[in-house]
Ligand binder design. Structure first.
Ligand SMILES: [Ca+2]
Ligand SMILES: [Ca+2]
Ligand SMILES: [Ca+2]
Ligand SMILES: [Ca+2]
Length: 351
């Protein structure tokens, strides 16, 4: 007898064929479904793994510095009048009582440090940035950059107390591209920089610059402040910062610093917090006013020094400074000597 498949079995076979055909390749690119998306591997970091460094995205950065001829502060050139083994540290370049410091040497006074010897500092601005620049002694580049911090200090309300400190620490010798690495912006929000008597030693330091606003690109604005070495001379340190770093001030008093890296913003003013008789390895400039008239501050550059002049009258030297006693006189466009005034000789009685 011939056996025919049961009708129900035929129906199930047809249904199975129809369902399986739905999964046959058709040649079209299948869109991955949510279920088909690969699942990222997850793992718990072991205690030895270090977290990935924070990626800082910059939106703008400076290009070239713009400096103003009427914003140039000359500073004593200790290198030119020192033997390397016998640094010449004395007044009028180092006047502790005025916070006018010139100690680019070790405590024993048998080693001169050109990386700590500021020769001049200058400021300028363009439509986006303020610029600040330090020229160091020419052999500065042979010294360890990690041993030195360079900084600019700003007094925004002319009370002779610094309000903002912008620094760079450990700027590599080959760092000719603008970077935020090692750049910090500090503020003194409780107004105790300068202790009880600003710009005078009083032995009553506070907490100095206690508020870190910007740290190597971290902060409210990742582009707030930058530094580099000049592409043409590694002994020239350049800063660029946005006006917001100085509270959008259009006029302020400023001065430049170079100091050994174990000194900290919290120790400002050094006059108040460290011992004048034993502490060395730093240099600063006198102060000058940007964007307004002089205010006669105690730290202000002595007007017997070269006086900044309006840009249109500027005349720059074409020959090196003959000696440290010479200064550039832009009015006569020539080198002139400081006049040393000695006490009037007393009458000599010859018996
Ligand atoms: Ca100095
Ligand atoms: Ca100097
Ligand atoms: Ca003081
Ligand atoms: Ca403070």
């Amino acid at each position: 007898m011939k056996h025919y498949p049961h009708p129900l079995l035929l129906l199930f076979t047809l249904l199975a064929l129809l369902l399986s055909s739905c999964n046959l390749p058709t040649g079209a690119i299948e869109e991955p479904t949510a279920e088909a998306a690969p699942i990222a591997a997850t793992s718990t970091p072991s205690p030895t793994e270090t977290p990935a460094p924070e990626v800082i995205t910059h939106l703008v950065q400076p290009i070239n510095s713009t400096l103003a001829n009427n914003q140039l502060i000359p500073d004593c050139d200790t290198g030119i009048r020192s033997q390397p083994e016998r640094p010449d540290i004395r007044q009028p370049c180092d006047v502790w009582a005025r916070n006018y410091l010139e100690r680019p040497a070790n405590r024993e006074l048998n080693q001169y440090y050109p990386n700590l010897d500021i020769l001049r500092a200058q400021m300028g601005q363009d439509s986006e940035w303020y610029y600040a620049w330090i020229k160091l002694y020419e052999t500065a580049v042979v010294y360890d950059p990690y041993a030195t911090t360079y900084a600019f200090e700003f007094d925004l309300d002319f009370d002779a107390r610094g309000d903002i400190l912008i620094l760079v620490a450990g700027l590599p010798i080959n760092s000719s591209d603008w970077t935020t690495d090692g750049v910090q912006v500090w503020a003194d929000t409780n107004k105790d920089v300068g202790g009880s008597t600003p710009a005078e030693p009083d032995g009553q330091p506070g907490d100095g610059y206690e508020t870190l606003i910007f740290d190597g690109g971290k902060g409210d604005d990742p582009d707030l402040a930058w530094a580099r070495r000049s592409p043409t001379a590694a002994n020239q340190i350049e800063f660029a910062f946005k006006p917001t770093a100085v509270n959008n001030a259009a006029t302020f008093s400023w001065m430049a610093w170079a100091f050994r890296s174990d000194l900290t913003p919290a120790q400002f003013d050094f006059q108040d917090s460290i011992d004048a008789t034993i502490e060395y390895e730093f240099d600063n400039t006198c102060s000058w006013v940007f964007g307004g008239p002089l205010r006669g501050l105690r730290t202000q550059c002595d007007l017997t020094q070269p006086t900044p002049i309006p840009e249109q009258q500027a005349c720059v030297p074409t020959t090196p400074r003959p000696t440290f006693l010479h200064y550039w006189d832009p009015t006569s466009c020539s080198w002139k000597m400081f006049v040393l005034v000695f006490p009037t000789p007393t009458e000599i009685i010859i018996k």
